[in-house]
Design a protein around this ligand. Structure first.
Ligand code: WT7
Length: 661
C-alpha cells in the first residue's frame, strides 16, 4: 500500500497493493463497478444469479422480488432450502468436509478444533434432542449462552429443524430475558450453568430461573443446560435437562427440514427510539445469501484463510460472521470465549500469532482500549507479537476515528493489510458499505462505498437526494435480500420506523446521518439521528434507559438520558434525574447514583449503566412540556449552552444540571 496526498478533509488515502488486487475475488475498481452496473441494469436478475450460485436450494425459486405488499418485501419466496444444510451438509464430500470449521479458544486458553464433519454430527444430534422435546418448525427458541461452540451448535440445530431462534446476549438481565421470552413466545430456552469470562465464573442458568420466575413465561416447556463448568446449578425436574441428558441416545443424523425462503431464521432484539426493544425478524434465504457472499466479497475469503470475528453470538455480528457466514463460506474460523484483556491486553495479538489468523475483524472500542493498554505497558503492544499471518483487518459497530484507524493499520496490520470499515446494522443482516480489500482506496474513518446491489444514498427530510459534501439522512433506496422483514409482533412499528410515510414510504431509513466526500463520493457516517446510543459498539435506546430509571418508582420522579462523546467507548450514557425526595449532594449523591446504576443493570444489563448521573430539581422543558434534549446534550458534553433558554420555567436548574456531584 502507498500513501497518496489528496484534497479530502481526511487527506490520507491508501491504495491496495498490486498483489492484493491481482489475487482478489473482486479485483480492482473496474470489477467493482462492473458488479454495480450488473445490479443497475437488471436488479432482480443480479440477485437471482447470486442466490442460485451461493445457496443450495431443495426447491428452486421462480419468483425473485415480490413488492406487492411493500414494505413487507419478499425474496425468492417460492423457493425452499435449509440454512444449516447450507452451512454444513453442503460441504460433505468436498475438501471442506474434513477441514477445521472452528478453532475454539476457551477463556483459560484451552484450544479445541472441530471439523465440518464433526460439527454436522453435533448439530444433528442436538437437533434430535430438540425434536425429542417436541420442538418443531415455527417454534421460537431462546438462546442465552456463553461464547462457546455450543452456542453455535444450538443456533444451527434450531435452523436445522426450522425453529426460529432468538439469541440474547449473556450480559442482559433476567428482566430483559423475561421480556424477550414473552414477546417471542419462546417454547424453550437453551442456556449454560455458568459462563467463563476473564477468569471469572458468571451465572447464566440462575438468571434464566429468575427471568422465568418473573411470570408470563408459560410458553416455555423445556430448558436445556450446557454444563460449562463443574459448579452445580438449580434444576427444575420435568422442565430442565442438561445437554448430556438431552443428547443421550440421540442419533447424530437429523435430516434438515426444508423451509420457505422467507421462513424466519431468527429474531434478534435491538434497541430503538422507544422504551421497548424491537424483535428484528430475518428471513432464511435472503439473510444467508448475504452472510455468505459478504464473507467472500468483503473479506476476500480464500480456502486457506483463518478468519476471526471477535463478536459475541448475542449480537448480529456474531450471527452473520460467526454462526452463519463463515460456515456457509466453508471457512476455518477462530472462536474466542473470553475477553480481550485477560490474562492481559495482549490476548488478541497472542491469539492471532498462535492460530496464524489471516483475517481479523473487531470493534473500534476494542482497538481503542488496546491502544491505551499498549501505551501503558510495552509487553502488550502488538509489536511484541508476530502478526505476519494477517492479510486483512476489519472494523465494525461504530465509527472508527482516524487515529485509531492509523494505529490499527500500522501496529496490527504492519501497513500491509487493508482495513475494511464495515457499516451495517442488526436490520441489514450483513455489510452495506465497506471498502473491498482488492479494490477500494482506503480513507481512514470512511466506510467508503456501498457493496454491489446496495443502493445507498444521502437525502434531506423530504427524501430528496443531497449533493456530495452535504450532510443528511442515510437511506437505502431499493429492498435487498438480507433486509429486516418485520418487527416481530409489531408490523406497524416496522413500517413507521424504517419506511416513514413522510419520506414517501419507499426509502429504508437506517437511522444514521451521513455525508459523501466531494471528490470520491465516499460515505462517512456521522452518527445516529434518532434516540439511539452506541456505547462500546452496543446499541442502547435512551428511552429504554429512561424507562428503566423511572421504573424505580420509590425514588425517581423523572429522568432524561442522552449520550455524550467518550474517548474510549465512543459514546457514554449520561442521565439527568429528578428524585422524589430532596436533591442529594456529596456522598449522598454518590450513594444514590450507585443505587440507580445498579438498578439499571438489573433492569437491562450492566452495558446500559449510566456513566454519569446528574441530579436536579427539574428537567429543562419547553412550554409545551417537551424535554430539551439538545440542551441536555450540550450540558452533558460540558459545553456552554447556546440554545434559547428563555422558555425555561426555572433557569437556575441549568447550573444544577451542569454539576457533577
Ligand atoms: C449502528 C448499528 C454493524 C453490526 C453491529 C452493530 C453504527 C455500525 C458502523 C461503521 C459507523 C457504524 C451505526 C448503525 N455502526 N457500523 N462501520 N461506521 N457507524 O449493529 O447494534 O444494529 O448498530 O451501529 O450507527 O446504525 P447495531
Amino acid at each position: 500500500m502507498s500513501t497518496i496526498e489528496s484534497v479530502l478533509v481526511e487527506n490520507r488515502v491508501f491504495v491496495p497493493s498490486e498483489a492484493m488486487v491481482r489475487n482478489a475475488r473482486i479485483s480492482g475498481m473496474d470489477a467493482y463497478h462492473a458488479l454495480c452496473a450488473e445490479a443497475e441494469k437488471d436488479y432482480e436478475a443480479f440477485w437471482a444469479r447470486l442466490a442460485r450460485e451461493n445457496l443450495v436450494w431443495t426447491k428452486p425459486f421462480g419468483r425473485i422480488l415480490d413488492e406487492s405488499n411493500a414494505p413487507f418485501y419478499r425474496w425468492f419466496d417460492d423457493g425452499e432450502l435449509n440454512a444449516s444444510a447450507n452451512c454444513l451438509d453442503k460441504h460433505m464430500g468436498t475438501p471442506v468436509e474434513h477441514k477445521t470449521a472452528v478453532v475454539f479458544e476457551a477463556d483459560d486458553g484451552t484450544v479445541t478444533k472441530t471439523s465440518y464433519r464433526e460439527l454436522l454430527s453435533r448439530v444433528g444430534q442436538f437437533a434430535n434432542a430438540l425434536k425429542a422435546q417436541g420442538i418443531c418448525k415455527g417454534d421460537r427458541v431462546l438462546i442465552y449462552m456463553p461464547m462457546t461452540l455450543e452456542g453455535v451448535i444450538a443456533m444451527q440445530a434450531c435452523a436445522r429443524i426450522g425453529a426460529t431462534h432468538s439469541v440474547v446476549f449473556g450480559g442482559f438481565s433476567a428482566k430483559a430475558l423475561q421480556e424477550r421470552i414473552i414477546d417471542a413466545g419462546a417454547v424453550a430456552v437453551i442456556t449454560a450453568n455458568y459462563q467463563m469470562r476473564g477468569g471469572k465464573e458468571l451465572p447464566l442458568k440462575a438468571i434464566v430461573d429468575e427471568g422465568l420466575a418473573m411470570g408470563g413465561c408459560d410458553s416455555v416447556r423445556a430448558v436445556f443446560v450446557y454444563q460449562r463448568t463443574q459448579s452445580a446449578c438449580n434444576m427444575v425436574s420435568g422442565r430442565d435437562r442438561t445437554f448430556s441428558e438431552a443428547l443421550a441416545g440421540q442419533s447424530v443424523e437429523c435430516a434438515p427440514v426444508a423451509v420457505g425462503a422467507e421462513h424466519p431464521l431468527f429474531i434478534l432484539y435491538t434497541s430503538g427510539s422507544t422504551g421497548k426493544p424491537k424483535g428484528v425478524q430475518h428471513s432464511t434465504a435472503g439473510y444467508l445469501l448475504w452472510a455468505k457472499l459478504t464473507m467472500d466479497w468483503t473479506f476476500d475469503l480464500k480456502p486457506e484463510d483463518i478468519f476471526w470475528c471477535t463478536a459475541d453470538i448475542g449480537w448480529i455480528t456474531g450471527h452473520s460472521y460467526v454462526a452463519y457466514g463463515p460456515l456457509a463460506a466453508g471457512a476455518t474460523q477462530i472462536m474466542f470465549e473470553g475477553v480481550p484483556t485477560f490474562p492481559n491486553a495482549g490476548r488478541f495479538w497472542q491469539m492471532i500469532e498462535r492460530h496464524q489468523c489471516t483475517i481479523f475483524y473487531t470493534a473500534p472500542t476494542a482497538i481503542r482500549s488496546l491502544i491505551k493498554a499498549a501505551e501503558g505497558d510495552a509487553k502488550v503492544h502488538p509489536d511484541r507479537y508476530n502478526l505476519k499471518s494477517l492479510r486483512i483487518l476489519g472494523s465494525v459497530g461504530e465509527p472508527i476515528n482516524p487515529e485509531a484507524w492509523m494505529w490499527y493499520y500500522r501496529n496490527v496490520g504492519g501497513e500491509r493489510c487493508p482495513i475494511v470499515d464495515t457499516f451495517w446494522q442488526t436490520e441489514t443482516g450483513g455489510h452495506m458499505m465497506t471498502p473491498l480489500p482488492g479494490a477500494t482506496p482506503l480513507v481512514p474513518g470512511s466506510c467508503t462505498l456501498p457493496l454491489p446491489g446496495i443502493m445507498a444514498g444521502v437525502v434531506d427530510e423530504a427524501g430528496h437526494d443531497l449533493a456530495n459534501g452535504v450532510g443528511g439522512i442515510l437511506v437505502i433506496k431499493r429492498p435487498w435480500p438480507s433486509m429486516i422483514r418485520t418487527i416481530w409482533n409489531d408490523p406497524q412499528r416496522f413500517k413507521q420506523s424504517y419506511f416513514p410515510p413522510e419520506m414517501g414510504g419507499k426509502l429504508y431509513l437506517a437511522g444514521d446521518g451521513a455525508v459523501r466526500s466531494a471528490d470520491r463520493g465516499y460515505f462517512r457516517i456521522t452518527g445516529r439521528i434518532d434516540d439511539v446510543l452506541n456505547v462500546s459498539g452496543h446499541r442502547l435506546g435512551t428511552m429504554e434507559i429512561e424507562s428503566a430509571l423511572v421504573s424505580h418508582t420509590k425514588l425517581v420522579a423523572e429522568a432524561a438520558v442522552v449520550g455524550r462523546p467518550d474517548e474510549l467507548t465512543g459514546e457514554a450514557v449520561c442521565a439527568f434525574v429528578v428524585l422524589k425526595g430532596a436533591r442529594p449532594e456529596g456522598d449522598a449523591a454518590r450513594a444514590m447514583a450507585k443505587e440507580l446504576r445498579d438498578w439499571v443493570a438489573k433492569e437491562i444489563g450492566p452495558i446500559a449503566k449510566p456513566k454519569d448521573i446528574r441530579f436536579a430539581e427539574n428537567l429543562p422543558k419547553t412550554r409545551s412540556g417537551k424535554i430539551m434534549r439538545r440542551l441536555l446534550r450540550s450540558i452533558a458534553k460540558g459545553e456552554a449552552v447556546t440554545q434559547d433558554t428563555s422558555t425555561l420555567e426555572n433557569p437556575a436548574i441549568l447550573e444544577q444540571l451542569g454539576q457533577a456531584y
